[in-house]
Design a protein. Sequence first.
Length: 186
Amino acid sequence: MTRPNEDVVDILTTDHREMTELLARATQTQDVEQRRDLVETAIAEVMRHAVAEEMYVYPVMEKDLPGGKEEVEHDKQEHDEIVQVMKKLEEADAADPAFMELVQELDKQLRHHADDEESDQFPKLRAHLSSEQLVEMGDKVQKAKHLAPTRPHPSAPHSELFHKSVGPGVGMIDRLRDKLTGRHTG
């Protein structure tokens, strides 16, 4: 959902809540198809969120925040770990108990990552950037989320250049695959 004139911190924080809510709903349902659909929707949202962060938030963090380069490297490592779990989820049978273990692992990793951002990085962004810069970054993040891939691609590099040049094509292919397979990705 596009939220115009909202700053990047509010957008990303809302994303965190929506992703963890989808996973919570997946753990509560007994309907295997609904569980799969909820998890796939969450995966698509995580991918869009992560790509948008890597395109527009991380370069600003590296440039403008004290210790930003190290924090970005840490965040990219966490993104890698999250992508690995999502790839396993895509390949798992939603009726298998191992699927639910993977959902719980993804939820744990997402909550840890979100907590790092919300308790440390987001306040630093607000302290070092103007509200206009945060809103402008929010607009860029929203646009990037519409073009981003919806499936995990473990071998894809975490670079702004990759996401801006190749990412939209990968995202288009992912959305086409989603439509052809009936996968609901928000």
